[in-house]
Design a protein around this ligand. Structure first.
Ligand code: ZN
Ligand code: ZN
Length: 378
């Protein structure tokens, strides 16, 4: 008398293939000889295998439902005994036990989107103090027609009939080592396990469309050329309406007519006539903070630098600001009229500088000290 296979798996007679498979997997995990070597359990394990072999195969199930015993009728033994159905079982057992096989399953239609990058031009003062910018971005967004599903409204994705939703098809080949089973992605559904019979007309089934939108970006004070600001989840939406990648806003600092930025310090040059350098003066300078007077002390040398502390760029981390460094360039008059020449000769005479010897030293002292000043920010 035939065993009640439905009772063995603990499912109703009208159970779906999915329910049968789930019941089998659950029992197989519990009763597998590796887990539970007890002989009685092993007997049960053989039973559930037999039950699943029959109930998972539509043809055998039909024979069984009509009162026959599909396992003994396949008889004859030997070669024919190990049919495709039997192997289906085998791979399901593998699935139940080796997570690898189960994980391999159908791949998701939904994937994370790519990161996107946009370049943003900033004026020096915007970089120095931070700003808020409205930017236009062009990225993939979730298709509103199908909500990212990829199926036309009123339709839905269906389980692939070639792989029965597994996303892969298995093939058994015989070799001298015995039977070898190989799996490959299902050619009908490309491994998704589902097919979309009527793709969404808006996105052609991709689940996303390109769109232009405005974003408000807060730029922190102290950014510089090449700084990237990451906006999480504002990049490209993935296939199947998958989560969006990140958007990177790369700063491009525009050059300033007067100031050159080095780190968080700003540098500029002021050219002064010889007389002003000697007598001292005050020069107005439009800094990032507005008009200021640069104090040129009497006797200022060419190449000297005058620092305006805290008038540079805000430090991106840690607050505080760099300096503004004014480099002095003293101009010697190139053309003198008779009166000016006479005055200068009188001055030279007064200072005993009519025939100066000059002071010689190795290298290019002037240039060295200028570089050193710039480097030290003095
Ligand atoms: Zn769509
Ligand atoms: Zn398929």
């Amino acid at each position: 008398m035939a065993t009640d296979y439905y009772a063995v798996l603990g499912v109703r007679r009208d159970a779906s293939q999915d329910e049968i498979k789930k019941a089998f997997r659950r029992l197989a995990r519990e009763l597998h000889p590796d887990v539970n070597p007890d002989p009685k359990t092993q007997e049960r394990f053989k039973e559930i295998n037999a039950a699943y072999e029959v109930l998972s195969d539509p043809q055998k199930k039909q024979v069984y439902d009509l009162g026959g015993d599909p396992l003994s009728s396949s008889g004859g033994g030997g070669a024919g005994g190990f049919g495709a159905g039997g192997f289906g079982n085998f791979s399901d057992i593998m699935d139940a036990f080796f997570g690898q096989a189960a994980q391999r399953g159908p791949r998701s239609r939904t994937r994370r989107g790519q990161d996107a990058m946009i370049r943003l031009d900033l004026e020096l003062d915007e970089a120095a103090f931070g700003t808020t910018k409205e930017i236009q971005v062009d990225t993939a967004v979730v298709c509103t027609t199908c909500s990212g599903e990829g199926a036309a409204p009123g339709t839905s994705a269906q389980t692939c009939d070639m792989c029965r939703g597994r996303g892969e098809v298995s093939q058994v080949t015989r070799s001298f080592l015995g039977q070898v089973m190989t799996s490959r992605p299902c050619p009908q559904c490309q491994g998704f396990g589902t097919v979309v019979p009527t793709p969404c007309p808006e996105c052609a089934g991709d689940g996303r469309v390109r769109s232009r939108r405005s974003l408000t970006v807060k730029i922190p004070a102290g950014v510089e050329n090449g700084t990237r600001i990451q906006l999480a989840g504002e990049g490209e939406v993935g296939p199947g309406g998958g989560p969006a990648g990140d958007l990177y806003v790369e700063i491009h600092e525009l050059s300033h007519p007067v100031f050159q930025r080095r780190g968080d310090d700003l540098h500029c040059t002021v050219t002064l006539p010889m007389t002003a350098a000697a007598l001292g003066t005050k020069c107005p300078l439009e800094t990032l903070d507005g008009m200021e007077e640069v104090d040129i002390r009497p006797g200022t040398q060419s190449g000297q630098s005058i620092p305006l502390h805290g008038r540079g760029v805000t430090h991106l981390r840690g607050g505080g600001r760099g300096d503004l460094i004014v480099h002095v360039e003293v101009q010697t008059p190139a053309k003198l009229d008779a009166q000016q020449e006479e005055l200068l000769r009188q001055l030279a005479k007064l200072r005993g500088e009519e025939r100066p010897m000059g002071q010689f030293a190795p290298g290019q002292q002037g240039l060295f000290s200028r570089l050193k000043d710039a480097f030290n920010g003095r």
